[in-house]
Design a binder for this molecule. Structure first.
Ligand code: TNX
Length: 522
């Protein structure tokens, strides 16, 4: 063979080799939120047909989550206490607290074992969620019987903020336990840890109060027009909290006071002033129900001392049935000379019941206790107290606003063009008082589960990344790529998400053939 032929042949061999190598190299799994530190290694770990999950004391719950994940694969797993077995090893170790904090974890995949380590059960749970995102997305829906290969990797991860929340207004239009549980499942996948329920407003009262049964007997029947009515029984509320807690999520109940409260004023007319002077403009008169959109027209009769008996009773009963440490007292959009006095009293009632008070930012016009947490939404309040802040500024976190300009049935009062994925992602909460972020949906115009899915997702995933990932590791184009890779997963989870036009969604239904995730060469 002459040299030219040899060169050609060499080129041919190299070229076909390159093609085969490329076929075996599947892009890295897309992890959201982006972990603090990821080191991909050469090689993979092919899950065996039988595996042992070893765990130490305290890690049993997370071992069960892992086992549940594996139950959707061909892997037959059994779990036992112990350490360093081949397969899966979970270690809860308090000495890791300094390094990883309350929610951080380490996840290491070697050639034959997955190691999950954390100082807390929560950290281990998050390690399992990250691992879950490395499995083929079909796992969310059906059993995978083809070989699964995980890339070798070492991840060290912990959140930027302790508060990573979502809020659903279930007062204007009711969303019941079934939807809320689905929402909790989806939140957990993205390491969100607070679900705030806006339980009461002019159009409805959604939580059973045994001391004031008419609140739900009457207030549970109304809703915004076209919206659903209903309410959570105390049993359902308790069960929902347990379901949330198992997923490391705290439920935050909100009773909006002293405004946004017509549903209660209708059920207990004695909470009104003479001649309903507290309803201004009078958009409904008890016992009429209210179905319209206008806000800011109702309030408790603040000059009547009896309203404080009502407030005390409600807060005491709600505190009794609430397992989390927070009660949200609302406090938004009201004009009354006794407003500040009310807020200070309501705050102290909450604290007497052993809870931490949260309120919309207006509340910080009043000299509340310094344990108070303010939820910022329009940034207009001149605060007289230096307190912790949850960032929900409407330009970036109000997901009842349009995904894209002109989307039907969306609000636009905060920002005409809506809240784009870019807006939802590119916000840096840099005020030192900020303890985290929360994205609300108000439900005057969101009257079905599919609509809620469309407004919440994928923007809530952007909120999750703001809440978790260090600012310097955030990158919008990289986020969009990873998000696109989650298209299938969201589909398999039956999320009717908005297909943001600036994301390349990976939506093809898998053919049932899975050849594994292998790290790309870096
Ligand atoms: C303002 S922002 C509200 C809600 C409404 C929302 C949408 C805030 C704290 N309160 O009562 O539902 O606008 O119209």
């Amino acid at each position: 063979m002459n040299t030219q032929r040899i060169k050609l042949l060499a080129f041919f061999i190299l070229f076909t080799g390159m093609i085969t190598a490329q076929k075996n190299t599947i892009s890295k799994p897309a992890i959201i939120p982006q972990p603090t530190e990821v080191k991909w290694k050469e090689g993979s770990f092919q899950l065996p047909e039988r595996a042992v999950i070893c765990y130490n004391e305290g890690a049993k719950q997370s071992a069960a989550w892992l086992q549940q994940l594996l139950s959707n694969t061909y892997v037959e797993s059994y779990s036992m206490t112990g350490s360093n077995c081949m397969g899966f090893s979970l270690e809860l170790n308090e000495d890791l607290q300094d390094k990883l904090g309350n929610e951080g974890y380490e996840l290491e995949i070697t050639k034959n074992t997955v190691f999950l380590k954390a100082a807390t059960d929560t950290g281990l749970f998050y390690a399992v969620q990250t691992l879950r995102q490395m499995f083929p997305s079909e796992i969310e829906k059906r059993q995978i019987n083809d070989p699964i290969k995980l890339p070798q990797v070492k991840i060290t991860d912990s959140p930027r903020f302790e508060w990573r929340g979502s809020m659903i207004d279930i007062a204007r239009s009711f969303f019941g336990p079934e939807y809320l549980k689905k929402h909790l499942d989806r939140m957990a996948l993205y390491k969100l840890n607070k679900l705030h329920l806006h339980l009461t407003d002019d159009q409805g009262w959604r939580i059973e109060m045994k001391s004031k049964p008419k609140l739900t007997e009457l207030g549970g029947k109304s809703a915004v027009k076209n919206g659903r009515s209903g309410f959570l029984t105390q049993e359902e509320y308790k069960e929902l909290q347990e379901y949330a807690k198992a997923r490391n999520i705290t439920i935050i109940p909100e009773i909006d006071m002293p405004g946004h409260i017509y549903a209660a004023l209708m059920a207990y007319p004695e909470l009104n002033c003479e001649e309903f002077s507290n309803l201004e403009p009078r958009l409904a008169t008890p016992p009429q129900l209210y179905h319209e959109y206008t806000v800011g027209w109702s309030k408790l009769c603040l000059e009547k001392p009896e309203i404080y008996d009502f407030v005390s009773e409600i807060i005491a009963e709600l505190s009794e049935i609430t397992t989390g440490e927070y009660i949200h007292i609302g406090g938004d959009e009201i004009d009354d000379e006794r407003y500040e006095e009310f807020v200070v009293k309501a705050d102290s009632i909450v604290r007497e019941n052993g809870k931490t008070t949260i309120g919309w930012e207006e509340v910080t016009q009043a000299p509340v206790n310094l344990d108070f947490i303010s939820q910022r939404w329009n940034g207009k309040t001149e605060s007289v107290v230096d307190v912790r802040i949850i960032e929900s500024i409407c330009t970036n976190f109000y997901f009842d606003h349009a995904n894209v300009p002109g989307q039907e049935k969306t609000n636009n009062w905060c920002q005409e063009r809506g809240v784009s994925l870019d807006d939802a992602y590119n916000f840096n909460p840099d005020n030192p008082n900020v303890i985290g972020v929360e994205a609300p949906i108000w439900s005057e115009l969101i009257t079905s589960d599919d609509m809620a899915d469309n407004r919440l997702w994928p923007r809530t995933i952007a909120t999750a990344e703001i809440g978790w990932t260090p600012q310097e590791s955030k990158d919008f184009s990289n986020f969009k790529e990873r998000l696109g890779q989650h298209g299938d997963r969201l589909d398999y989870l039956d999320v009717k998400f908005f297909k943001s036009p600036d994301v390349e969604w990976n939506l093809e239904e898998g053919e049932g053939v899975f050849s594994g995730f292998m790290p790309e060469n870096e």
